[in-house]
Design a protein around this ligand. Structure first.
Ligand code: GLV
Length: 306
């Protein structure tokens, strides 16, 4: 920061204790010129210029009269936008972190390799002591459809293309017809933002448009998927497998059918965790821009929803 008085910044959200301390030290180290406050201690609401947030309780950002920036530590801001008390006039920045994009590309590559080379099937066969080789296909014979062409979708598409897969991307905003792309996809990877337009997109008709034997990888939000329709498509044998990182309710309730379904692989929302070290640098850059009246990066378009 080159001029003006130091910003007062609030770290606010739902963290476990270790996470909170990690963020607290990473952020103060990246932006030592700011006055830092935290919502698990007393602070003066009238001082706060910016809030750095991770999944805050609804209402947590109301009644901060000087607030000029909300910086999310999460890439997806659907939960924040669902908070009707979120001040509408305050710019909201989502997290765009190259380290997160790289992690997402790794997870997508793992899932696609596992599906293409049938490593998930071999793991299931091992549980049955079943020695059964399957035909080996080349990556360029496998059509992968990436839903979403934003930061993460693009990183995933680039990584899979470099690996030799036949990759096509689709973005909700372009409104290009999805059905012909689904018909040619053997693996679909969902990286869309959750908006009213994309909620429930992965439903019975979506699955029916995929060729028999296709698989679905959901790395975006649980609410993109109609769970009962996914289960029906797997149980009927139309879909081969699903790899799921995100769920309507998280943690996924122990009684949920996904946990024990033989064609489903469950991850506990870890496809791309926010990396404190690199994300703190991103936050520091935006706080510095705010202090210097420069453009803050990655402001969410509230109408569009991401
Ligand atoms: C994770 O899901 C995120 O939005 O950062």
């Amino acid at each position: 920061m080159t001029h003006g008085s130091p910003l007062n910044v609030l770290l606010c959200g739902r963290f476990d204790a270790a996470e909170r301390e990690a963020w607290w030290s990473a952020l103060r180290c990246a932006a030592p010129q700011c006055h830092w406050h935290r919502d698990d201690a007393t602070f003066d609401r009238t001082l706060i210029d910016a809030a750095v947030v991770a999944n805050p309780e609804p209402g947590a950002l109301a009644a901060l009269p000087k607030l000029r920036l909300i910086q999310s530590l999460w890439a997806g801001v659907d939960k924040l936008l669902a908070d009707t008390t979120l001040p509408t006039q305050v710019p909201l920045a989502r997290m765009v972190d190259p380290a997160m994009n790289a992690a997402m590309a790794e997870t997508a590559l793992w899932a696609v390799l596992g599906l293409h080379r049938r490593f998930f099937d071999y793991a299931a066969q091992q549980a049955r002591a079943q020695w059964q080789p399957h035909a080996q296909r080349r990556a360029d014979e496998v059509g992968v459809l990436v839903l979403g062409a934003g930061q993460m979708g693009s990183a995933v598409a680039a990584r899979l293309s470099a690996q030799g897969y036949r990759v096509v991307t689709w973005r909700a905003r372009e409104a290009a017809p999805l059905v012909p792309l689904l018909a040619a996809a053997e693996i679909v990877i969902n990286l869309l933002p959750l908006t009213p337009a994309t909620r429930g997109l992965l439903d019975a008709s979506f699955f029916a448009s995929l060729p028999r034997g296709a698989s679905v990888v959901n790395l975006a939000r649980g609410a993109h998927v109609v769970d009962a329709d996914l289960l029906a498509a797997l149980d009927s044998g139309h879909l081969h497998r699903a790899v799921l990182d995100v769920f309507h309710t998280e943690p996924l309730p122990v009684e949920h059918a996904f946990w024990r379904h033989p064609q489903i692989t469950v991850l506990p929302h870890v496809a791309a965790l926010t990396d404190e070290r690199s994300a703190a640098q991103v936050v520091a850059g935006n706080l510095s821009a705010l202090a210097n009246n420069q453009t803050v990066a990655n402001i969410v378009n509230r109408i569009r929803g991401y």
